[in-house]
Design a protein around this ligand. Sequence first.
Ligand code: ZN
Length: 347
Amino acid sequence: MATRKAFEIGGQRVAPGTRKTVDVPVSVLSDHTPVSMSVHVVHGRRAGPVLFVSAAVHGDEIIGVEIARRLLKASNLDGLRGTLLLVPIVNAFGFLNHSRYLPDRRDLNRSFPGSPRGSLASRLAEIFMSEIVGRSDLRIDLHSAAIHRTNLPQIRVSPSSLETMALARAFGAPVTITAKLREGSMRQAAQEAGVDVLLFEGGEALRLDEMVVRSGVSGILRVMKSLKMVGNKGIAKPRKPTLLASMSSWVRSPAGGLLRLFKSAGEFVQEDDLLGIVSDPFGEVESEVYAPMEGLIIGRTNLPVVNEGDGLIHIAEIKQADVVEDTIDSLNSQLLADPMFDEDEII
Ligand SMILES: [Zn+2]
């Protein structure tokens, strides 16, 4: 059998059958501290796809960092076919400052494909595209909801690609949302470069959530299994197939005040169900908030202080009748059932 070539990145070579963390230089801070983007390369002995997993593009979305850490401990990677590139922290500036943004207050995920002569965000985007994204076949980008919000674990994909939809089904998150591409997002830039992207969303910024972490780790391993990058050992099928939704909308606050929400992510609601009540601080004005449609709650605010127009609950249009007894219980039991592969080695 012909030997595979070494994988070269950031001026370093990673031999087949080995793994290495490589620091790709990004910039130097105002106080002379160098900033790099650290890439862990697992270069399999045998040929196969190049999968790229990234987290903390938004620096405060730390759940993906934990998913990445656990993924690297999975024993399934020992006999890897192909190459896994893993960047646990894309936006080191934001990660250090517990912030979504870069120091110039730009959102990295609106700055793609970037330019070597652009803003800091644009330069980082360019390094990222040329060093990593452009060299992968598939990318899984890990996100959480923004600060003070939480998301049910979900995959977002472009509706156009059948192949990507098949990978989303393999991932087996509770829900898959087909969503249009956002201008300047990495998903758009990667797709234009011919790289399939699965965007994982789950949990809350600046918090860890065990079930979301498990859902992420299991999903990535299932995708790797479907691509024949890893064997079957310890990787279970999702208990239920992922639910598909193409439409979702935020229910917004009718007034400013204190919010009491009665529903959680993962619950089904019927049209006109009472979701919550917004009260003024004196309790004189109470505004009830009702569900505008039937669907599954895929996200909600955790901050009880709201202004008029704030997003309270994010509902995906899914009919419960189509799902047969899918309730929060079954979604939760699916998430609890996720760590089927050797948990001892993972935690
Ligand atoms: Zn994000």
